[in-house]
Design a protein around this ligand. Structure first.
Ligand code: UT7
Length: 326
């Protein structure tokens, strides 16, 4: 028997306020159009946190939704990992704040920063914690308030992002450990710091300067995305002796509908097997994959036994993939 990290529950939270492309342009005086944003990105709407609403507020709501979905009490949780680039503060970590908010008291809690790849990185760490018996019941949360780090005078970036949070509850389970058994099969994480300046936040806690706003060379990131994401998904399948034909679902990071469609085509997956939320949520960075997972798992699209690949690329550059059997 082998120890596996299985996904026992998925949850999500979106702030109440929802803005269309036209609403956003009018609110911030941005010279853009609904047609440009939809054509280039597939984005139609995004949610925005209320004044005073933080990453820990949203992360706690998503965590409680995942616990309810799993039918597990917060007292059973023995580790909380939060992926975020927009923490409430440098410390206490957003994960520790969430621990207190949901009424969990045992174990440990910490934040991880890998930008839009944060959730995939956190799944990799959580998988290792479970396999090495350091934890048995782990909340992995992605939560972001990008609306607070956008430069509203830069139309090339400010129309692309939204706020929200997603979470999964992982539980240790002994099973046969084959590719047909449920749980995380493998995680594949990469970084290349030489490309740090094509997508970054200038400034922030500990910085020597900068206003703490997001900058992106969109075309360059796009170029890296299409090649690196395809390669890392193939790496995950090959590591398990599987092929594109074995995949049931693609749950990608939701940055751009064109990148998502290209990935679906590369994997030979029909549109109905690719979970898409970018049209309604925009890019919620580390929250985008767990939000998409929660939608597709809670509405019954992703069924027990389905093989799912998640992939993401983001600032760092960081990128990675998680292969999981539900
Ligand atoms: O989540 C982390 C990973 N991030 C990504 O994967 C994002 C990857 N990149 C992208 O998705 C795309 O590069 C973008 C959607 C960000 C941009 O699309 P693009 O086709 O690369 O456009 P561009 O930045 O090259 O801009 C094309 C034109 C420019 O005008 P000129 O110079 O051709 O006259 C821009 O000034 O579109 C203009 N433009 C806009 N026009 C209307 C840029 N932003 C806007 C806007 N509205 N919001």
């Amino acid at each position: 028997m082998v120890l596996r990290a299985t996904i026992a529950g998925c949850g999500g939270y979106l702030p109440e306020r929802r803005l269309s492309n036209d609403d956003l342009a009018a609110l911030h005086g941005i010279e853009t159009s609904d047609a440009w944003i939809r054509d280039r990105t597939g984005i139609g709407f995004r949610h925005m946190a209320a004044p005073g609403e933080t990453a820990s507020d949203m992360g706690a709501a998503a965590a409680l939704d995942a616990l309810a979905h799993a039918g597990v009490d917060a007292s059973e949780v023995d580790a909380i990992l939060v992926a975020t680039s927009t923490p409430d503060s440098a410390f206490p970590a957003t994960a520790v704040r969430i621990q207190a908010r949901i009424g969990a008291t045992k174990g440990f809690a910490f934040d991880m920063a890998a930008a839009c790849t944060g959730f995939v990185y956190a799944m990799g760490v959580a998988d290792s914690l479970i396999r090495t018996r350091a934890a048995r019941c782990v909340l992995v949360i992605g939560t972001e308030v990008y609306s607070r780090i956008l430069d509203w005078t830069d139309r090339g970036t400010c129309v692309l992002f939204g706020d929200g949070a997603g979470a999964v509850l992982l539980r240790a389970e002994e099973n046969g450990g084959t590719v047909a058994d449920r749980g995380i099969l493998s995680c594949h994480l990469h970084a290349d710091g030489r490309f740090g300046d094509i997508l970054n936040i200038e400034g922030g806690a500990g910085s020597t300067g900068g206003a703490g706003l997001l900058r992106m060379a969109g075309k360059e990131v796009f170029r890296h995305a299409v090649t690196k994401l395809a390669a890392v998904v193939d790496e995950a399948l090959e590591a398990n002796g599987l092929t594109h034909a074995d995949l049931r679902w693609l749950v990608p990071h939701q940055a751009n509908a064109r990148i998502i469609e290209a990935m679906g085509r590369k994997l030979n997956l029909p549109k109905e097997r690719v979970v898409v939320t970018v049209d309604r949520h925009a890019n919620t960075s580390a929250a985008s994959i767990p939000l998409a997972l929660a939608e597709a798992r809670q509405d019954g699209r992703i069924a027990d036994g389905d093989l799912v690949v998640m992939e993401a690329i983001g600032g760092g550059l960081t990128w990675g993939a998680t292969l999981v059997r539900f």
